[in-house]
Design a protein around this ligand. Sequence first.
Ligand SMILES: O=c1ccn([C@H]2C[C@H](O)[C@@H](COP(=O)(O)OP(=O)(O)OP(=O)(O)O)O2)c(=O)[nH]1
Ligand SMILES: [Mg+2]
Length: 168
Amino acid sequence: MKKVAQFEKVSLKQFLGDWIDTFGNRSDHIITEIYKNIKLPIRKTKYSAGHDFFTPCDIRIKPGDSMMIPTGIRCQMNINYVMLLFPRSSLGIKKHMAIANTIPVIDADYINADNEGHIFICIRNYGDKELEVKTGEAFVQAVFVEYGSADNNKIDAKRNGGIGSTGK
Ligand SMILES: O=c1ccn([C@H]2C[C@H](O)[C@@H](COP(=O)(O)OP(=O)(O)OP(=O)(O)O)O2)c(=O)[nH]1
Ligand SMILES: [Mg+2]
């Protein structure tokens, strides 16, 4: 399989800031421990297309609610590839977990964003029981797909953010 990308952790400083912004104030010590235990996404078999992302913390979501998860992960990709995120089927089917924005698109130039390209994943509980996912459990999977353009590559604008950074 051709190598087209490389996962990395964001810096501890970035992770601390994003974690506090997302969940409110918690002790730096606890967040540092969470950061240390973050594992890079991996494929589980030789021909799996999906690289499983692992949850950085215990997750509990009430029916109908969603939760934004700072993964601690960023990704260097060949510029002609895009990363698409999908739920792991087992959690989608057995636990009624969905991704809030359906199929997140992680652009190759997101790595240049002012948040170091930190990948956030928002999951939703569409079942009628509390959704529980334990720390370190594989919950979503990343697939790298080659893409083309319809504009002769005339766009020069550079990405410097994510999730709404390019405006309306
Ligand atoms: O679930 C997501 C979706 C997106 N992103 C990041 C990576 C992506 O490259 C960037 C922009 O995503 P998208 O283009 O889907 O959102 P947008 O609302 O159009 O934001 P922007 O204006 O920044 O392009 O935000 C995430 O971390 N998680
Ligand atoms: Mg966009």
